[in-house]
Design a binder for this molecule. Sequence first.
Ligand code: ADP
Ligand code: MG
Length: 249
Amino acid sequence: MTEAGNSSPLVKLEAVNKHFGALHVLKDIDLSVARGEVVVVIGPSGGGKSTLCRVINRLETIDSGDITFDGQTLPAEGKALAKLRSEVGMVFQSFNLFSHKTILENVTLGPIKVRGIARQQAEQRGLELLERVGIASQAAKYPAQLSGGQQQRVAIARALAMDPKMILFDEPTSALDPEMVQEVLDVMVGLASDGMTMLVVTHEMGFARRAAHRVVFMADGQIVEESAPEEFFTQPKSDRARDFLSKIL
Ligand code: ADP
Ligand code: MG
């Protein structure tokens, strides 16, 4: 684990509230992620973890509070919003690759269309990124020809292709067959040690132990506790966390 940066936080949420109708999904959330920091978010289903990810790149709006990214309040629309989305990569449980495009095209599409990068340059960089996630030999294939673990590694390469300042991972391994989980986690550990800022929703304790600077336990829309990974898994402070851990371990 590398040391997280100590300059101003890359993303900062202050007193953030979010409702879906009568449902209060984010309750006064205060959370900062430093540059280079890896934060693992863990907690029961329905606790607001995905919503937390989605408000950071403004896939969801908030009802009150403040979110800043790189020192700026999140933009509401237009070019500034497109820029934010390109700076905050997102990797979901379902890989969401374009099925009718090749692996390389999946990785180069964003840089070409959104960033206006020349095709040849985007392809060269795309191949480098596929190499980095261990999948360059599959570049000309289509997503359906790859295993789930390979597809998720492509999704990570696609996120990296936009040169994001941060990547949000929302349960990136929970749809994978067990034997494919590790290859994806290994890529994520590599990114973490290269200094990528990451917010990772996962129940993979091994990843948290290897790569996280901090574990945030979230339940019922609240941050219940924050700890160093080892401390969280061995000596959780709250009954909620103890109860949750007894069910997943
Ligand atoms: P988690 O990722 O921790 O499982 P979510 O953030 O997905 O939790 O969901 C938190 C709560 O908000 C859940 O009760 C969920 O059903 C609800 N919810 C999530 N998205 C929506 C939506 N778009 N509309 C209505 N309710 C939603
Ligand atoms: Mg979720």
